[in-house]
Design a binder for this molecule. Structure first.
Ligand code: FES
Length: 116
């Protein structure tokens, strides 16, 4: 008589690779810091008491979003005024109609790490 072994449990996990990019204490509330990760320009934004990472490129006309205004979890494009939700990247008003890229972020002590 054959015995049946327990089926191996296969867990699929996507390993994210994090890169340290800044310290939390260096980014004042409602400001952002531009960093480069794997050749991409990313904004680490401190808004509404939280940190977010978004691509530093507007989905409307691909202008940089650095220097845009931050408030209550959104970032405005300095070129034509579209605002983006920092958590989802979704546009909140025209002229942008497409989201911007967002990235997973984690904070290790005071160190901000981003997966991009
Ligand atoms: S380039 Fe950002 S709103 Fe036009």
């Amino acid at each position: 008589m054959r015995e049946h072994g327990e089926a191996a449990q296969v867990t699929e996990m996507t390993e994210l690779s994090f890169t340290a990019v800044a310290t939390a204490s260096e980014i004042a509330p409602e400001t952002a810091k531009e960093v480069k990760v794997n050749g991409r320009s990313i904004l680490i934004c401190h808004s509404d008491g939280r940190f977010f990472a978004v691509e530093n490129r507007c989905s409307h006309a691909e202008e940089p979003l650095a220097c845009g205004r931050l408030k209550r979890g959104w970032l405005s494009c300095p070129a034509h005024g579209a605002r983006f939700d920092l958590e989802t990247g979704e546009p909140l008003n025209p002229p942008a109609t497409e989201p911007i890229a967002t990235f997973v972020i984690r904070i290790n002590g005071d160190v901000i790490e981003v997966a991009a």
